[in-house]
Design a protein around this ligand. Structure first.
Ligand SMILES: [Zn+2]
Length: 415
């Protein structure tokens, strides 16, 4: 017997481990499943009927009975822009009434309105706004989240956003990983001088972020009319020199060669990918780049969806994320993203659940730590009030999360 577990979960109608070696099917499902954790990490996974023979519970340890519900890893949301000030509900209404992007921008809307509000906000204000959003993230079952800068677009404001993320990392139960995304847009003061802005990103912002280790990743919006493949390559290489792992907004509105660039620089992920070319898809598979698809953005903007099957059938690992941001996808809810992936992108339920958990972890290089319920990983799990995991996408538009455990601690509902 392994003594001294400080957390034991029993009574999972389905324990969806995401490790096929531990249970049935591609998701490794254990009926009547249980697990145990020590100091936040899983030490044992098996059947409820076996757990008390295999593992002793520490004196002040906690046992949680799932009472027949589905238990799965917490969602890993690997692409968000959820640290910002202001909101854009008027623009939402204008868009529905038929306004074009240009008309919205001329009326003071669009991404630059978020940049303006974020520049005006203090670090403490950004932390306060983001805390409310992270509470929603947690309540909807996400335990690990990536958050990008990119609404500051000056060195001081980009650093301010990343400092706000650092201040959120400790107190909030959601595990937040920071991405420097200073090349998210060309700021108004550099209009017509994108090259000058790229110089600022490479010569000043990236060294400032790297020296203070304010981010783990570097991301670029590689798109026609924004940052070219050559400019994106220069920024991502500069990031690598300062310890930032590359990620990329690629081929969202046109086939620019972003998928090929992601493969060339060894990016963890290329994201959006509506217009990736077949040679880009092949290059991603060969380089092991994860394709992160964001169906919430297509849904919210009323645009076509990414060709998920083209990636899956080519053998590319596919992850799903919310793209949580105030303009094009204002949702913290990964359950809804799983539904959209199934109904709009023809992903199977199993593919979509894997994409929203373990493959999200791959997109962040965290696949050995989170995204599966297996020994040596963090005990990050959610208890869902459904009789089988098929109900996660099937009964849609509602929140199925009953409780959330992060590193072996019950963090939702709060006690
Ligand atoms: Zn994005």
């Amino acid at each position: 017997m392994t003594p001294g577990a400080d957390f034991i979960l029993t009574g999972a109608g389905e324990l969806v481990t995401l490790d096929p070696a531990l249970g049935e099917g591609p998701l490794g499902v254990i009926r009547g499943g249980a697990l145990a954790a020590v100091e936040g990490k899983i030490v044992w996974v098996g059947k409820t009927s076996q757990v008390h023979k295999a593992v002793g519970l520490h004196g002040d340890g906690r046992e949680l009975d799932a009472q027949g519900r589905v238990v799965m890893p917490g969602f890993v949301d690997s692409h968000t822009h959820c640290i910002f000030a202001g909101s854009r509900e008027k623009e939402f209404a204008q868009r529905i009434a038929g306004a074009t992007y240009q008309e919205i921008a001329a009326a003071g809307g669009g991404i630059l309105s978020t940049v303006e509000a974020t520049r005006d906000a203090t670090t403490d204000e950004l932390v306060a706004f983001a805390t409310r959003r992270l509470d929603l993230v947690l309540q909807h079952g996400t335990t690990t989240l990536e958050a990008k800068s990119g609404y500051g677009l000056t060195t001081a404001d980009e650093v301010k956003i990343l400092e706000a993320i650092r201040l959120l990392q400790d107190p909030h139960p959601v595990e937040v990983h920071a991405t420097f995304c200073g090349a998210h847009e060309v700021p108004p003061e550099f209009r017509g001088n994108t090259g000058g802005y790229v110089d600022l990103v490479v010569d000043e912002m990236i060294p400032a972020v790297g020296q203070r280790r304010l981010a783990e990743y570097c991301d670029v919006f590689c798109e026609q009319g924004v940052f070219s493949v050559e400019q994106s390559r220069r920024i991502l290489r500069a990031g690598l020199e300062h310890g930032l792992q590359p990620k990329l907004h690629a081929d969202e509105f046109s086939a620019t060669g972003g998928a090929e660039l992601a493969a060339e620089v060894g990016a963890l992920s290329a994201d959006h990918l509506l217009h990736a070319r077949p040679e880009g898809i092949r290059a991603m598979r060969e380089a092991g780049v994860t394709a992160t698809l964001l169906p919430g953005t297509a849904f919210f903007l009323g645009l076509p969806y990414a060709p998920a099957r083209a990636f899956l059938d080519a053998g590319v690992r596919v992850a799903l994320a919310t793209d949580f941001n105030p303009g094009s996808s204002y949702t913290p809810n990964m359950q809804l993203i799983v539904t959209l992936a199934c109904t709009q992108m023809r992903m199977t339920v199993e593919e979509a659940i894997q994409a929203a958990t373990l493959n999200g972890a791959y997109a962040l290089g965290l696949q050995a730590q989170v995204g599966a319920l297996a020994p040596d990983r963090w005990c990050d799990l959610i208890v869902l009030d459904v009789p089988s995991y098929y109900h996660v996408p099937y009964l849609y538009g509602v929140n199925h999360v009953r409780s959330v455990v992060k590193a072996g601690q019950l963090v939702w509902p709060r006690e």
